[in-house]
Design a protein. Structure first.
Length: 537
């Protein structure tokens, strides 16, 4: 084997970089092995057409933990977030709804549809925030590991204390959000279908499920526990795209001596006597290290990178059936002009151009998108969220031009009837363009170029099995101590020295940095470097 390191990180996405940073800060010699020619994983900014750059996969920021931002000194390095003036704009037949811009403004908007919903909104927001605060508190804590003895019992008691101390009303809200469908949860609060959809959209982001699926309310909650510039629940735009985050993270790592190797795909985790001893690259090079941390999803790690003979048959069976596939179809388009919406005309930048533009007017629309996808691959009326970064960041396109991110649900990870995404991707992309054009008639004619990421493209390009942007379903059986599976929710694999530091572990998907942070915590604890650990805890 060549060169010895204290730790190897498989995958240079944001969680891998976060893990590498904390390990290096604790004094370990660390090398990051990234398959692609650019660091950042799915949080990258790339030129997809001459002169047009965009966040080509992950496209908006909120969930990145403030502790990670502070420790890596991202703002000091030049990272800047622009907050959305309003959160989202929902055009629908004959009208629209805007969400955000302050509680009073949202109430006034809701009152156009239902005074009852306007009056209810502050109470709903308060209830959601109470539960979201618990998630924020738990995000940077390792889940108690089932079967982990007294240590796990102490951790479970400590993390459960926060829940036990909540009022009975708040505990009921927690129960509702973890087990109910998004529709059942929202029906218990609101009466108007447009208002329900304004909140229900978060329940299907990266979630290949219906709003009627039990547990889908939790995904709604997962998308509101973040913050931007200290404002809880807010979302924003990373100036320079999402790649700016990971470039500054990479800088923080290299400042501490981390070696980042691009175009270095890992072919196999090397195991000797149930202990990880290094990796073999696709080039054939073998690299030794007593610690290997995988910033890839569990499906990729255990189905492709770990030899089946190095796992117990039961664990291998569990990983064979680890659920993946987020139903996501992702596009980037270069535009000659801004979309001119029929319900809010104008090609000059307005506030609705600067927020999330969501075509998904009702919960029934969302449910149909999923049921159609299950039956035939996708719906004739897909869910589309559009972001136009150039409405607030003109560095990403030539003067007077624009880019748009199109995040689309529900598209079957595997098409029925033996069809293949390589054959169908263009037709799906055409439908998405036509869906937006129904609301902004000039949109199709303004498209100069487009970059398509079908579920299969997302798998090939970013290593997201089933195109799953969350590295695995965010369902109750794959959350917290059961992510990826009970008995290994503490970032440790069944193989000693092999750890998991990606979104397939707690607290799940999104650009949070939490899995990388927490995995590094456990690696350092296992090495017994307690003095160095205390300095960054």
């Amino acid at each position: 084997m060549t060169k010895n390191y204290d730790a190897l990180i498989i995958g240079g996405g944001h969680n891998g970089l976060v893990c590498a940073f904390y390990l290096a800060r604790a004094g370990l010699k660390v090398r990051v092995l990234e398959r692609r020619a650019v660091v950042g994983g799915a949080a990258v900014t790339e030129e997809f057409h001459p002169g047009f750059r965009n966040s080509t996969a992950s496209y908006t920021v909120s969930l990145l933990r403030p502790k990670v931002i502070k420790d890596m000194r991202l703002h000091e390095r030049g990272w800047r977030i622009i907050e959305r003036t309003i959160s989202n704009f929902f055009p629908h037949e004959g009208g629209y709804l805007k969400l955000g811009g302050g509680a009073g403004r949202t109430q006034a908007e809701f009152a156009r549809y239902s005074q009852k919903d306007a009056d209810t909104f502050p109470h709903y927001e308060e209830a959601l925030e109470r539960v979201a605060e618990v998630l924020r508190d738990m995000a940077l804590k390792t889940p108690p590991n089932a079967g982990g003895g007294i240590r796990a019992l102490i951790a479970a008691a400590a993390q459960g204390r926060r829940l036990a101390g909540m009022s009975i009303e708040a505990q009921r809200d927690v129960m509702d959000l973890f087990v109910k469908s998004a529709r059942d949860f929202l029906d218990s609060w609101f009466e108007n279908e447009y208002v329900k959809a304004a909140f229900g959209f978060d329940a299907v982001v990266g979630n290949y499920a219906s709003v009627d699926t039990p547990g889908s309310a939790y995904v709604l909650l997962h998308h509101v526990f973040g913050e931007v510039n200290g404002k809880k629940g807010a979302w924003g735009h990373s100036v320079g795209g999402m790649g700016a985050i990971t470039q500054f993270m990479a800088e923080a790592c290299t400042d501490l001596g981390v070696e980042i190797s691009l175009e270095s795909p890992v072919a196999r985790v090397l195991v000797d006597g149930n202990r990880a001893v290094g990796v073999r690259l696709e080039s054939g090079e073998e690299i030794a290290a007593p610690v290997v941390a995988a910033n890839v999803g569990p499906a990729l790690l255990y189905r492709q990178l770990v030899d089946r003979s190095d796992m117990t048959p039961e664990f291998a069976r569990r990983m064979d059936h680890f659920k993946t596939g987020s139903g996501t179809f992702r596009m980037n388009v270069a535009l000659s002009e801004l979309p001119d919406f029929a319900v809010l005309p104008g090609k000059e930048v307005a506030e609705h151009h600067t927020c999330g533009i969501i075509i998904s007017p009702t919960l029934d629309y969302m449910d149909k998108a999923f049921t159609d996808a299950k039956a035939k691959g996708w719906s004739d009326e897909p869910i589309v969220e559009m972001k136009i970064p150039t409405s607030i960041d003109n560095s990403l396109a030539p003067p007077g031009m624009h880019i748009a991110s199109l995040f689309c649900q529900q598209f079957a990870p595997v098409l029925p009837d033996g069809r293949n995404w390589d054959d169908e991707r263009e037709a799906a992309a055409d439908l998405i363009i036509d869906t937006v054009t129904k609301h902004a008639p000039n949109f199709k004619g303004a498209v100069i170029a487009r970059q398509i990421h079908s579920p299969l493209d997302l798998e090939r390009k970013f290593g997201l099995i089933g195109g799953d942007i969350m590295h695995g379903h965010m369902s109750l059986d794959q959350l917290w101590a059961a992510r990826p599976v009970l008995g290994h929710g503490d970032y440790r694999s069944p193989i000693r020295g092999l750890y998991m530091c990606g979104a397939g572990t707690h607290p799940g998907g999104g650009v949070t940095g939490a899995p990388g942070h927490n995995a590094a915590h456990e690696i350092i604890a296992d090495r017994g470097i307690m003095g160095r650990w205390r300095r960054w805890k």
